[in-house]
Design a binder for this molecule. Structure first.
Ligand code: NCD
Length: 362
């Protein structure tokens, strides 16, 4: 077992549901009375290390810290840092976490935030690791649902689009299955289906369909996603999927009057612009909720960091002869990392960084 003396947010499910609720409740309080919290992070410095493009996540984290009275360092283009000279993730993290009190990282490789946490001397927050997880978008979604639907349970949620690469969808499903009575309708093509480590969580509460029109009337929440061009192997493969699902004003006529439409954004063309005028379109408000919930998260993490409360980063074992086969796993690009697997039985292993599975050859 490998632990860290700092708290980290790599995956929401590393914390109990009661903890998420506390963060979301604090986010709501901050939203209603932001001035009360304006000095909560006075003298604290947050580093934002964005190895991948971002508008909302990066700027909402930065605004959150500034609104709490804290300050910022960081980069949004690794080409301008020593990463371009070949510095390892370990060394960059080690250095920056000696300057800052809290580190927010987005990375194009799965498991990067966990790898960073292994060497960080301050708390690390995962702001998205490849197509894997995006826990702070889920906190955003939870606050939006709480404020706009009044509940986190007994919701029929349609998830539409790029479910294989959509890290926001993965983290959202992992979270929403923890609340009673939620049902999930997966609207995607066979090529864009959920990866198995997320699909397995759904069991009886989720089913798959191919058509948006067919299920719209049943939904309480429609979660639209972008087809993530940058994660496709070729342009042809992307073009074959592009434009499969487009939400239009006309289609929306079949939806419930109190359904809400969420989208982590950016939108490409999966939601017709005219839909923005519909009161059910909640995606721009959702982005604002993200700032409040990130303010709550920063306060919570810095508070937790004052306590002596080691976090477990790796629970599994180094299995002799086993290496993760996912070419986009951080253990492939940062070879010094200790490999670590959870044994699922019958020779099936799950990489603890990217959650990909592999069968151990005997
Ligand atoms: C998403 C992301 O980066 O995963 N956006 C976000 O963080 N709000 C979705 C996307 O890139 O399509």
């Amino acid at each position: 077992m490998t632990t860290s003396k700092h708290p980290h947010l790599i995956d929401l499910n590393d914390y109990p549901v009661s903890w998420w609720k506390e963060v979301v409740d604090l986010g709501e309080k901050i939203k209603n009375n932001p001035e009360v919290y304006s000095g909560a992070c006075h003298n604290k410095i947050m580093a934002t290390l964005f190895y991948e493009p971002s508008t909302r996540t990066q700027m909402s984290f930065q605004t959150a810290m500034l609104r709490l009275g804290g300050r910022l360092i960081g980069f949004d283009n690794p080409a301008n840092s020593s990463v371009s000279k070949g510095e390892t993730l370990k060394d960059t993290t080690k250095i920056v976490s000696n300057y800052a009190d809290i580190l927010v990282m987005r990375h194009p490789v799965a498991g990067a935030a966990k790898a960073a946490a292994l060497s960080a001397d301050c708390p690390v927050i995962n702001a998205g690791d490849s197509g894997h997880l995006h826990p702070t978008q889920t906190l955003t979604d939870l606050l939006t649902l709480k404020c706009e639907k009044g509940r986190l349970d007994h919701l029929t949620i349609g998830l539409c689009g790029d479910l294989i690469n959509g890290r926001t969808v993965h983290s959202l499903i992992k979270a929403m299955t923890c609340f009673e009575g939620n049902q999930f309708i997966l609207i995607s093509t066979p090529e864009l289906k959920l990866p198995s480590y997320v699909k397995d969580i759904l069991t009886a509460s989720g089913w798959e369909v191919a058509s948006l029109e067919e299920v719209l009337p049943e939904l309480d929440v429609l979660y639209m996603t972008r087809i993530q061009q940058e994660r496709f192997a070729s342009r042809e493969a992307y073009l074959a999927q592009k434009d499969t699902y487009i939400l239009t004003v006309k289609k929306l006529k079949a939806a419930k009057p109190d359904m809400i439409i969420l989208h982590p954004l950016p939108r490409v063309d999966e939601i017709e612009v005219a839909v923005d005028e519909d009161p059910r379109a909640m995606y721009f408000n959702q982005a604002r909720y993200g700032m409040y919930v990130r303010m709550a998260l920063i306060i919570t993490m810095l508070d937790l960091n004052k306590k002596d409360n080691p976090t477990i980063l790796l629970r599994g074992t180094t299995v002799k002869g086993a290496a993760c086969k996912n070419p986009n796993c951080i253990t492939c690009s940062e070879s010094y990392l200790p490999k670590s697997f959870l044994e699922l039985g019958n020779g099936l292993l799950e990489c603890e960084y990217c959650n990909e599975r592999l069968l151990l050859e005997r």
